[in-house]
Write a protein that binds this ligand. Structure first.
Ligand code: LER
Ligand code: MN
Length: 273
């Protein structure tokens, strides 16, 4: 298991509430390496404007990997989502998803995250938003497979999304779509709100062979160790289920974006020994 943290890519100018580290792009990479992270999760808004070869070179130059390409900042910054009410925005979202897959392939990130960028089924004008999403993600997952990339559906808590709020729902949806490169991302912050047992959900996702990525934040969305989520138990369950992916910090920059990042590594590193 490895640790990473969410940072914004160079083209992102507006602050993203759950991205960490201050300074320039290069400074962020330098700090990620210094604090002991293995990778960075790339929160991008305009993937085609990035020089992906330069991104990969910079990430590697600091001894890091691209842990994932995250879609959430697109929704936060632009409101673009796969289930947007407006058909032209939905088309743009499908193109953006393609661009995220291309970026992930180019920077050798295994995963593209699918959380708030899904949008809400209530926004979709047609009767069945779930069927539409299934078709879109089936096609995208097949394309991702050709690029060696995996798409990870992230259940979000009820205050952020109206469809797929817990692990069982995500596993069931991925099972119905039945595309080998479509799986699940579990985020401890959302799990703490929605799951009857976060650890049973982790076991369920692992035994379905669908757990592609994990976001970590404590119960209050502060760094692990500053709330009441049981991270030693999480790590134990992941380890015994054979999870070899990333624990990727996506949390509020408390007390500031650098000290939050440092606190993540200090809490998680000893658990991974
Ligand atoms: C996305 O990964 C997520 O967890 C959302 O809550 C973003 O704020
Ligand atoms: Mn998350």
């Amino acid at each position: 298991m490895k640790i990473s943290l969410a940072i914004t890519t160079p083209e992102v100018t507006a602050p993203v509430s759950v991205a960490l580290l201050s300074g320039s792009w290069e400074e962020k990479l330098k700090k990620a390496a210094l604090f002991g992270f293995d990778g960075v999760e790339l929160m991008t808004v305009e993937p085609p404007t990035l020089d992906s070869a330069a991104v990969l070179r910079a990430v590697r130059a600091y001894g890091l990997e691209a842990a994932a390409v995250a879609s959430g900042a697109i929704f936060a910054a632009t409101g673009i989502s796969l289930l947007a009410k407006d058909a032209s925005i939905r088309r743009t979202a499908v193109e953006r998803l393609d661009e995220l897959i291309n970026l992930a392939a180019a920077v050798e990130a295994r995963v593209v995250t699918l959380g708030s960028f899904r949008g809400r089924v209530a926004w979709y004008e047609q009767p069945d938003g779930a069927d539409y999403l299934s078709d879109v993600l089936s096609a995208a997952a097949n394309r991702a497979a050709r690029e060696g990339v995996y798409l990870a559906i992230e259940p979000l808590n009820r205050y952020e999304i109206d469809f797929i709020q817990n692990a069982s729902q995500a596993i069931q949806f991925a099972g119905q779509v039945n595309a080998p490169h479509l799986g699940v991302l579990l985020d401890t912050f959302h799990m703490n709100i929605e799951e009857a047992s976060p650890f049973a959900s982790v076991d369920q996702a692992l035994s379905a062979g669908l757990l592609f990525h994990v976001h970590v934040a404590d119960s209050n969305r502060r760094p692990p160790g500053q709330g009441h989520f049981d991270f030693p138990e999480l790590v134990e369950r992941l380890r015994s289920g054979g999870y070899a992916g990333y624990l990727s910090a996506e949390l509020f920059p408390y007390p500031d974006p650098d000290r939050a990042a440092q606190a993540v590594a200090e809490h998680l590193r000893p658990l991974l020994l």
